[in-house]
Design a protein around this ligand. Structure first.
Ligand SMILES: [Fe+2]
Ligand SMILES: [Fe+2]
Length: 201
């Protein structure tokens, strides 16, 4: 599955991530593909899905200096509102690196990466898949119901998104951190829906 992407790009990613983070990224890719296999109603380009899922954390292991260098290196494609939050700043930075270093300009891919920690009402199906897969990939086996949750997400995309949003928010609460306003907005958006619709852009 990973061979859908240029080998030199995968190798470069592997060199910039620690082994655990790379394994997590491969797990996210496999899980995102599993969702795509099941969500026949939301067909996606597999190459774009591979870029978004495998590279969603590509800025995660940057040093503080490198982070600042990237932040001072022109505007971010998406996710400026996540920058003040140290835990999730890697997401918009990963989108920036995907654009600048790997030459990916697809809106759905860059948004999926930039907003993978919070979600966003304007995400496309690729974004929904990465958002769910990031939380339910095989490495997250500490969730006793991981496989059951993933099964639900495969069968009912909207339920899957709501479920992962709840899990993510519980985790934030557990750490006594405040929810990012965008995460709250995404949850409210999901709760307001009867069914998932692809936004026309
Ligand atoms: Fe992340
Ligand atoms: Fe991740």
């Amino acid at each position: 599955m990973i061979d859908i992407l240029p080998p030199d790009a995968v190798q470069q990613l592997q060199q910039t991530l620690d082994p655990e983070r790379f394994t997590h990224s491969v797990g996210v890719m496999e899980t995102a593909f599993r969702l795509a296999d099941n969500w026949k109603m939301f067909p996606v380009d597999r190459v774009q899905l591979a870029w978004a899922s495998l590279f969603h954390d590509c800025a995660k292991n940057l040093s503080k200096d490198e982070r600042h260098r990237w932040l001072n290196n022109g505007p971010l494609p998406y996710g400026e509102e996540l920058v003040p939050y140290s835990k999730i700043v890697h997401a918009p930075l990963s989108a920036k690196i995907l654009q600048e270093v790997y030459g990916i300009h697809n809106r759905d891919v860059l948004m999926a990466v930039a907003y993978h920690p919070t979600g966003h009402p304007d995400l496309a199906p690729i974004g929904w898949m990465v958002y769910i897969a990031d939380y339910l990939e095989p490495g997250r086996s500490y969730f006793s119901k991981r496989e059951e949750y993933l099964h639900t997400a495969c069968a009912e995309p909207l339920e899957g998104l709501k479920l992962v949003t709840r899990l993510r928010m519980e985790a934030v609460r557990h750490k006594n951190k405040t929810q990012h306003p965008l995460a709250v907005k995404f949850q409210q958006y999901l709760e307001s829906l009867e069914s998932l619709q692809v936004q026309q852009t």
